[in-house]
Design a protein around this ligand. Structure first.
Ligand code: SF4
Length: 237
């Protein structure tokens, strides 16, 4: 009697393990398929921010906090024509930076940060953009998201910078579910296959920006619609 109970327990455990393994395999295949499709659509995705070198990219990303890339791009060509190095930015001064970027939200704080980070880059890093997350995050106006974007674009690191688009898309599909950008970042890093990590950040941003929009996702033209569990699919009309 005891033996048959033990057998039953073992069989149940085996069935549960098998189901779990199948679930993990299925999830992995789905994630693989999502990124295969996004990568085939745009094999070498690029940032849509205007920049000319690592320093101007850093400045552009700092300016893009709570602002759109398009809005930032309206102001940065004029700013970078005047100052595309930390030395030139310091020489330009906070007031002129402020005037040049005044169409961007939070421009006063951002101008202050740009001058502050230019000064620190010269004092601590020989005027170069540093290569580690901690060093980047020691600069004024640079949080984890900004540091991750710079590490990804300038230094080719497989980082995921979770902005509003990635946060929304990741929770909708879902890929990684979380209440904070940090938890989504952690979840995405765990599930995205290594070969897709380098560009995953751009694929997700672009898909979120142009297809899986905040108010009205364009599900009818979404190439991963059949892999998405979001209930309220938007029809063509
Ligand atoms: S099907 Fe709709 S909700 Fe799902 S990822 Fe595509 S656009 Fe977003």
């Amino acid at each position: 009697m005891i033996n048959s109970m033990r057998k039953n327990n073992i069989n149940t455990k085996i069935r549960q393990d098998t189901r779990q393994k199948e679930g993990v395999k299925k999830r992995a295949a789905r994630v693989e398929e999502i990124f295969s499709r996004l990568s085939s659509l745009n094999p070498q995705p690029k940032s849509e921010l205007y920049y000319t070198n690592p320093f101007t990219l850093l400045v552009a990303v700092v300016l893009s906090a709570q602002a759109t890339d398009a809005g930032v791009n309206k102001a940065t060509p004029a700013l970078f024509a005047l100052a595309d190095t930390p030395q030139k930015m310091l020489a330009l001064g906070e007031e002129k930076v402020r005037k040049t970027i005044q169409t961007i939200g939070l421009y006063r704080t951002k101008a202050k940060n740009i001058i502050g980070l230019s000064r620190l880059l010269l004092e601590r890093y020989g005027g170069k953009v540093p290569k580690t997350r901690d060093e980047l995050m020691s600069l004024p106006g640079v949080g984890q998201k900004t540091a991750n974007v710079v590490l990804n674009i300038v230094f080719g690191e497989p980082t995921i910078a979770v902005d509003t688009h990635i946060f929304r898309l990741s929770n909708r599909l879902p890929l990684a579910v979380g209440k904070t950008p940090e938890s989504v970042e952690y979840g995405l890093e765990k599930i995205i296959p290594t070969r897709f990590l380098q560009h995953a950040h751009h694929w997700l941003i672009l898909h979120g920006r142009y297809v899986c929009k905040a108010r009205k996702p364009e599900c009818y033209k979404c190439i991963i619609a059949d892999l998405c569990d979001y209930k309220t699919k938007t029809p063509a009309n």
